[in-house]
Design a protein around this ligand. Structure first.
Ligand code: ARG
Length: 462
């Protein structure tokens, strides 16, 4: 008779009901109910395995599977009454199953524990979300390829120290973003492999005395392998941390992209014009059009980086095996998944719609004396030592700045005043097009190389 905590599945040992505040403080159902579909799928596989092992008979297994599918329907229709006093998603579903089908429902939990159950649910959830996130990374990469193709010849200043350095092509810059995301895509595949391990069978911590068949459950649920140690299986959250680390790095990449979009769309740069649909205005300054979407992507990277820290700190002092601390893994993980998905979606919508201001980009490249290195290289090809060439070109740039003229606007006489090695053909290297076209090797910024990189990338994506 459960006279202590009559409404609890574990009430037998207790002599007084749970304090109402404690009930709310310890419950996770308000957030872990997100796992319901995986919890039910895992329970169905567990029941099948129990039948095969001779622990449930056919009739019991059938009642459980049918009952769980009905519960799933209730939840999906919004007809399910989640109860805080039933603590979490697992006990809510199990209690509802038993209310519907009676005694067979009470046998479902044979040979398992919520400890291996929650670890299983979380791994199934994360496995599916990794697939979604990887799909969204690919969508953004495809958008970048389209912009890169369109702007393969568009010249812009490339920067180091945020100072104009050498001309590059806009397409080349898009392909740099593409590569950052490609590493994220690959990292998440490696992470998925370590997520895809079945903890079920570890039970509370030590395994179970029933003749279970873990390999069969793994097969039913699509897990690549079973966790090798029961203590580790229920205590481990490495797979969450690893995903959060990958997500933090992905958000760091998106934040860097955001930073460039914010700079580029400002009146000081005017490299791109963001679509009005992705911007907002100011309630006081009529001229303002604010890049809220990239700013929020940059801002939201902070919380994902924070969630990674949260999980590391959550785990660092936990003795084996399961501790209730682990219940705190879910909200940071769920929030990370939501944030990453939204950020990817926002950029996939915004980036192909920005207007690339080709004239302004070209003006900016010229303003920055970005072909100075090309002039130095020209002198080296004509037998001048690189240090001497550097010095001569430096003086030419200073002269150009004083005059307010680009190197390509200086006369041959003026240029020869800095080095007698200069001839008429110098103007070929002083043009922006000549400069970018000369970086003609794999990984270089020449339009031909950008097009080749896009082709290789498209192959990778199919
Ligand atoms: N709600 C719990 C969690 O999220 C499920 C496991 C509870 N296990 C236990 N022994 N109290 O971690």
């Amino acid at each position: 008779m459960k006279d202590g905590a009559p409404d609890k599945p574990w009430g037998g040992r207790f002599s007084e009901p749970t304090d109402t505040f404690v009930e709310a403080f310890t419950a996770s159902v308000l957030f872990d109910r997100r796992l319901y579909a995986y919890d039910i799928e895992g329970s169905i596989a567990h029941a099948r395995m129990l039948e095969r092992a001779g622990i449930l008979d056919r009739r019991e297994r059938q009642a459980i599977v049918d009952g769980l599918n009905e519960v799933l329907g209730e939840i999906e229709r919004g007809d399910f009454a989640w109860s805080l006093s039933l603590e979490d998603v697992h006990m809510n579903i199990e209690a509802r199953l038993t209310a519907r089908i009676g005694d067979p429902g009470k046998k479902l939990h044979t040979g398992r524990s919520r400890n291996d159950q929650v670890a299983t649910d979380l791994r199934m959830y994360l496995r599916a979300e990794i697939d979604t996130v990887r799909g969204r990374i690919r969508a953004l990469q495809t958008a970048l390829l389209d912009v890169a193709e369109r702007e393969a010849e568009t010249v812009m200043p490339g920067f180091t120290h945020l100072q104009a350095a050498q001309p590059v092509t806009f397409g080349h810059h898009m392909m740099a973003w593409f590569e950052m995301l490609d590493r994220d895509h690959e990292r998440l595949a490696e992470c998925r492999h370590r997520v895809n391990v079945l903890p079920l069978g570890a039970a509370a911590l030590a395994g179970t005395g029933y003749p279970i068949d873990r390999a069969y459950t793994a097969e039913l649920l699509g897990f690549e392998t079973i966790a090798a140690n029961s203590l580790d299986a229920v205590g481990d959250r490495d797979f969450v941390i690893e995903f959060l680390a990958d997500a933090a790095l992905l958000m760091t990449h998106l934040s860097r992209i955001a930073e460039e979009l914010i700079l580029w769309s400002s009146a000081q740069f005017e490299f791109v014009e963001l679509p009005d649909r992705y911007c907002t205005g100011s309630s006081i300054m009529p001229q303002k059009k604010n890049p809220d979407v990239p700013e929020l992507v940059r801002g939201k990277s902070a919380r994902v980086i924070g969630h990674l820290t949260t999980l590391l700190v959550l785990m660092k002092a936990q003795p084996l095996a399961y501790n209730k601390d682990n219940q705190e893994d879910k909200e940071p993980l769920f929030d990370t998944v939501d944030t990453v998905r939204d950020a990817l979606r926002a950029f996939t919508g915004l980036i192909p719609q920005m207007r690339v201001e080709r004239e302004e980009l070209r003006r900016a490249a010229r303003r920055g004396y970005t072909t100075a290195t090309d002039l130095a290289d020209y002198l080296v090809r004509r037998g001048v030592a690189f240090r001497d060439a550097h010095e001569a070109v430096g003086r030419a740039v200073r002269f150009g700045i004083e005059q307010g003229r680009d190197l390509s606007e200086l006369s041959l006489e003026e240029l020869r005043g800095f080095s007698a090695a200069i001839d008429e053909d110098v103007y070929q290297v002083l043009t922006l097009e000549g400069s970018v076209a000369s970086r003609d090797h794999p990984g270089g910024t020449a339009p031909a190389q950008v097009r080749a990189a896009i082709r290789r990338a498209r192959e990778r994506l199919t």
